[in-house]
Design a binder for this molecule. Structure first.
Ligand SMILES: *Cc1c(COP(=O)(O)O)cnc(C)c1O
Length: 375
């Protein structure tokens, strides 16, 4: 089945009694037992499983071409489950450029006390090789394209390094989505998503997911953490995510088309210092990106020649593009990342990150143009 069809059908069940074409929301937290005490529907208690969550997990699993998926209440909860599933003392390699909230979770909860963490530049294979600690490295965490610098890591090569050392690879696929990149097919063991972003697609639902290539011991531990810790999405949130995913393939094509036009415009603009978009020939990760992605998605960053104050003024001068955090929604959002990330940030202070929405590209370009002329 092709991905547009999976997106529409793999997360939907026609209700047996009402024959409703769209699966209803099951709010009940508990499910009736049979006379022998068993659970004939397969459902028992909603922390363990719920019909809407099952549908969401099934469509995400189908999109990523995995063996099974687990849906969580947020992307960070999904990421946390992977770190919790490791043996204490394990060595973990994570990228220096990664989603700031997950980096904060790693630094403030897991680093030093529970896990041995190395932050390295994963876009350089030599550095990844050198960072591996024989026998103790258990996980390499990839985020490609990364947030906010859109760095590209070579998934296949990193998976080979991990395999040679008995480590697993988990890839945060939030930016690319399975429409443009399927890490499990490139050798990754796990894929992580913030479904708050492109999956939901309308900036109105929080969620996360993990997908495995193979149902092994590590996966059973992750599932157990999901069930026992209970960081699960509500039936309504699952319904919203399933609904969003139905249009994901078409939305992603629109995001990528708009982002390419904007990246090209910015690259030729005299007030722009540098554009970070993996679909541009000038991007240092372009050659790797084109082998592992079939589209370059809708996220880009750029730096302004006039510096930090001009960047903030630029963001404030936009009329259509909204100055707000997050990404992946139908509306375009712009963010000065360094001020969000705080004093320890490695993000350039003159950088703006743009989540390119689905408005008309012409209107977006016009908005950018008027903001440049306000500087
Ligand atoms: C937003 C995001 C996360 C965290 O997801 P939440 O749903 O906000 O918890 C993780 N990784 C990336 C790349 C993200 O953009």
């Amino acid at each position: 089945m092709n991905i547009e069809t999976i997106a529409i059908h793999a997360g939907n069940k026609i209700d047996e009694t009402s024959k409703a074409v769209v699966q209803p929301i099951t709010l009940s937290t508990t499910f009736e037992r049979g006379f022998d005490g068993s659970f004939p529907s397969g459902f028992q208690y909603t922390r363990a499983a719920n019909p809407n969550r099952q549908s969401l997990e099934s469509v995400i699993c189908g999109l990523e071409n995995g063996a099974e998926a687990c849906a969580f209440s947020s992307g960070n909860a999904a990421g946390a489950a992977v770190f919790q599933a490791l043996e204490p003392g394990s060595h973990v390699i994570v990228p220096t450029d990664m989603y700031h909230g997950l980096k904060a979770l790693i630094n403030e909860v897991y680093a030093n006390r529970i896990l041995d963490i190395s932050f390295v530049d994963l876009s350089d294979i030599k550095i990844v090789k050198a960072a591996v600690k024989p026998h103790t490295t258990k996980l390499i965490w990839i985020e490609t394209p990364s947030n906010p610098l859109l760095k590209i890591s070579d998934i296949t090569s990193i998976c080979e390094i991990a395999e040679d050392n008995g480590a697993v690879v988990c890839c945060d696929n939030t930016f690319a989505t399975p429409i443009f990149q399927r890490p499990l097919e490139l050798g990754a063991d796990l894929v992580m998503h913030s479904s708050t972003k492109y999956f939901g697609g309308h900036s109105d639902v929080l969620g996360g997911a993990l997908v495995c290539k193979e149902k092994n011991e590590l996966w059973e531990r992750i599932k157990n953490i999901q069930t026992l810790s209970g960081a699960v999405p509500s039936p309504f949130d699952c319904y919203m995510a399933v609904r969003g995913i139905k249009t994901l393939p078409y939305r992603m094509k629109g995001h990528a088309n708009n982002a390419r036009k904007i990246a090209e415009y910015l690259e030729n603009h005299p007030q722009v210092e540098k554009v970070f978009y993996p679909g541009l020939l000038s991007h240092e990760g372009y050659n790797v990106a084109k082998t592992q992605m079939c589209g370059f998605s809708g996220m880009l960053s750029f730096t302004l020649k006039q510096g930090e104050n001009a960047a903030i003024k630029f963001a404030n001068s936009l009329k259509l593009i909204i100055r707000a955090t997050s990404l992946g929604g139908v509306e375009s959002l712009i963010e000065h990342r360094a001020s969000v990330e705080g004093p320890d940030t490695k993000t350039p202070f003159n950088l703006l990150r743009l989540s390119v929405g689905l408005e008309s590209a012409e209107d977006l370009l016009e908005d950018l143009e008027q903001a440049f002329s306000s500087l």
